[in-house]
Design a protein around this ligand. Structure first.
Ligand SMILES: *Cc1c(COP(=O)(O)O)cnc(C)c1O
Length: 360
């Protein structure tokens, strides 16, 4: 068996320790004679798995008691609709468009009410985060929406926007658990777990309790109503059982690693290795404003499409896979999520140096 260094943006690398543990428990989970995939979601055993996962997540993120934690399905993309359906009481919301995912959320929201684009970085191919300290937010907007880490473009909000008292809703799919956050600053924090936590199929939504009500837009499906999910502790119907189980293992791994403060230091160290090299290289360069650089997704280019393709190919042959940039932006992108070891980034940089020498 040989494992590659997987720089995929998602589904993405998972901690090897977690995969091994899951493999060990595959046929017989803790003496119950079956796999977690085969057991009832109403069983005592499974109840422990989901409750422990929630408790560990609450611990890691220091989630206050007045926030619910929901384990949902439908991907982050389904939340693009669920959010307006549940929160658009005045049928108006402000969107900050910093990339494709934010744009998709914005466009989806338009189907349910008046979505107002209050800031955008589309003018420079989403290569920066706009100044959001004094935006023109409609008085009656139900919320302000951001995509906190832009997976495709590699930018991250380093300070949250001034929402002028409005509820902040944030898509954290690609920076979930990468550093500590102050949950109290948000109304809703949500993300698909397949970027930085677990296998595809689970979305975690952390929602302030007062935002979970029966007062939703007419026609909101039962399954998309946060209240349905909250009242049933994410067990209204069959949840993505196995995915939640793996997430739970990743939470335990994160706690063992020292929690989110430690992850932040670890991620900063890793990102610095790569960004420092990009800043000094004569061949490779980063594509986003330095002050807005993501710790998780690092896009870069050589400036020559043929050379980019050659690099991606030779890197893959050397065991550094999924470095091709998003199909809409080209170039390269290294996603260096929590589970990417520092050694993986060091070896990638060594490979880039060698490539630069050989192709100068
Ligand atoms: C990947 C991604 C999405 C879409 O996730 P799905 O689970 O595929 O719907 C949304 N937002 C961000 C920031 C992402 O990185």
């Amino acid at each position: 068996m040989s494992r590659v260094y997987n720089f995929s943006a998602g589904p993405a690398v998972l901690p090897e320790e977690v995969l091994k543990e899951a493999a060990d428990e595959m046929l017989d989970y803790k003496g119950c004679g079956m796999s977690v995939m085969e057991m009832s979601h109403r069983s005592k055993v499974y109840d422990n798995i989901i409750k422990e996962a929630e408790a560990d997540l609450r611990d890691l993120m220091n989630i206050p008691d007045n926030y619910k934690v929901l384990f949902l399905q439908g991907g982050a993309s389904q939340q693009f609709a669920a959010i307006p359906m549940n929160l658009m009481k005045n049928k108006k919301a402000a969107y900050i468009v910093t990339g494709q995912w934010a744009k998709k959320a914005y466009q989806e929201a338009k189907m349910y009410g008046e979505a107002v684009e209050v800031a955008s970085s589309a003018d420079k191919t989403f290569s920066y985060i706009p100044d959001c300290s004094d935006l023109d937010i409609p008085e009656d907007a139900d919320y302000v929406y951001i995509c906190e880490n832009n997976t495709i473009y590699g930018t991250k909000f380093k300070t949250l926007p001034n929402t002028k008292g409005h509820i902040l809703v944030s898509d954290v799919s690609s920076c979930f658990l990468s550093e500590p956050v102050d949950v109290t600053k948000y109304g809703v924090i949500y993300g698909g777990v397949q970027k930085n936590i677990g296998p595809a199929g689970v979305v975690i939504a952390i929602i302030r309790e007062d935002l979970i009500t029966d007062d939703v837009l007419e026609g909101t499906p039962t399954m998309l109503k946060y209240k349905t999910q909250a009242d049933n502790d994410s067990l209204y119907n069959t949840p993505p059982c196995y995915g939640i189980y793996i997430c739970g293992k990743v939470f335990k791994w994160l706690k063992k690693m020292g929690g989110l403060e430690a992850m932040k230091r670890h991620n900063e160290e890793k990102a610095k290795i790569l960004y420092d090299f990009l800043d000094e290289s004569k061949m490779f360069s980063g594509t986003v404003a330095k002050e807005d650089r993501s710790l998780m997704n690092v896009p870069f280019v050589t400036g020559n499409d043929d050379l980019d393709a050659k690099f991606v190919k030779e890197a893959a042959e050397a065991g550094f896979v999924n470095l091709k940039g998003h199909r809409t932006v080209g170039g390269m992108r290294a996603s260096i999520y929590n589970a990417m070891p520092k050694e993986g980034v060091e070896k990638l940089v060594a490979f880039m140096k060698k490539f630069e020498e050989e192709n100068a």
